[in-house]
Design a protein around this ligand. Structure first.
Ligand code: GLU
Length: 380
């Protein structure tokens, strides 16, 4: 399938560019260093895209890679404390490199470091969003990375592909460009098979597409094809577009924006989701799972109804009122996420009951809906 990219990209006024560690840092025989020519080219490309009227946010990896060089490591260690020290050292090195290069083009930049908690907490999410919008309004390019120095497993987004998709939502960008050392999504592994073909357009990220994603990642970065697909899934699920392309292609960002057929384009799944629904669907980590019967699944997915206790078969996890839970069908497939009006203990008491059979508990606010449709997002 091909797509008229020029027509599709006409409405693109704000983009997020994500660049991977393997494009920013190089691993040489004597250790890790910054890939200066690549950073020069990236900066010039971003500045040119901006001059043509497109607002740009940059999500840049490479802090750990750049820091490992300073700490004299030849290979990526596993110890968290070393990686965090490397991230702290490398982040300032990285920003210094960007700051200097952008200044040559009379362009100011700002550093924004985020963690999972910043996108999960609604107040912090809104604050981060406002800050990004304000920076853009003042013509400043935000350069974003995960705050690796303080991030432990529980509070990490974990990889910058996913982070870039969350940033695209935070900034309400219409396009996410994921640049790395791969050209895009292939029909099979191009290193192993001569028949491998680049897929120019993915209309929908189906199970078949997921099967194409290998898990490989480099010594420097965290992500592989699966995290890139996950990022594309978030962006297209929100109603926006994503392109995966190779960072070493000359003027890759400008050429993508001009509609040239480079890399793989992922089309929006449906209409645009509201900011709040994007937050519910993609920023919150579900605290539990509800299995619903076929009738309820249909009522939710086809008719846009709220989820009632009567359609629920079982519930598990550890969730409180207002937390995110995921809805799965009887085949175990997750098809929706939402905010629950019941904690697990109260929900267990009403599962399978009709609204008329539910006795309001003294002192508790009674809800007809377990998840109100305003707080529910259909994923599949
Ligand atoms: N935040 C990491 C860094 O700057 C990279 C994570 C990733 O590659 O996904 O080094």
């Amino acid at each position: 399938m091909t797509a008229n990219r020029q027509a599709l990209f006409e409405s693109v006024k704000r983009i997020v560019v994500k660049v991977g560690s393997s494009s920013i840092a190089v691993q040489q025989s004597d250790g890790f260093d910054l890939n200066r020519p690549q950073i020069d080219a990236l900066v010039a490309d971003i500045v040119a895209a901006k001059k043509k009227g497109c607002e740009v946010l940059l999500v840049s990896s490479g802090a750990i890679g750049a820091g490992l060089g300073r700490l004299n490591f030849k290979h990526r260690p596993r110890k968290m404390a070393i990686l965090q020290a490397a991230a702290a050292t490398g982040q300032s090195r990285l920003m210094y490199a960007y700051e200097r290069r952008f200044r040559r083009h009379n362009q100011y930049v700002a550093q924004v470091l985020l963690t999972q908690e910043d996108v999960e907490n609604r107040e912090r999410y809104k604050n981060a969003s406002q800050t990004l919008q304000m920076l853009l309004k003042h013509n400043i390019i935000p350069i974003i990375n995960e705050n690796d120095t303080v991030s432990v497993k529980e509070i990490r987004v974990g990889d910058n592909d996913t982070l870039s998709a969350l940033v695209a939502n935070l900034a309400q960008a219409q396009l996410l460009i994921i640049l790395s050392d791969v050209e895009g999504l292939y029909t099979s592994d191009p290193h192993r098979s001569r028949q491998a073909r680049l897929i120019p357009v993915v209309p929908r990220i189906t199970g078949e597409i997921w099967n194409l994603a290998g898990k490989a990642s480099s010594e420097l970065g965290t992500g592989g094809m699966d995290t890139k697909l996950k990022a594309a899934k978030i962006v297209t699920g929100s109603g926006e577009m994503a392109v995966m392309a190779k960072s070493s292609e000359p003027n890759v960002i400008q050429r993508i924006l001009q509609g040239e057929n480079i890399g793989t384009l992922f089309l929006p799944k449906g209409s645009k989701l509201s900011g709040r629904k994007r937050w519910i669907a993609f920023c919150l980590r579900p605290r539990g799972t509800i299995v619903v019967d076929a009738g309820a699944e249909e009522a939710l997915t086809r008719y846009g109804r709220s989820l009632l206790a009567t359609g629920i078969r079982s519930a598990s996890g550890d969730f409180l009122f207002g937390e995110a839970i995921s809805c799965v069908n009887e085949q175990g497939q997750e098809f929706a996420r939402g905010l629950t009006n019941y904690d697990l203990i109260r929900l267990q008491r009403v599962i399978g009951k009709r609204s008329s059979e539910i006795q309001p508990e003294p002192g508790q606010k009674y809800y007809d809906e377990v998840i109100h449709r305003d707080n529910l997002v259909i994923l599949e």
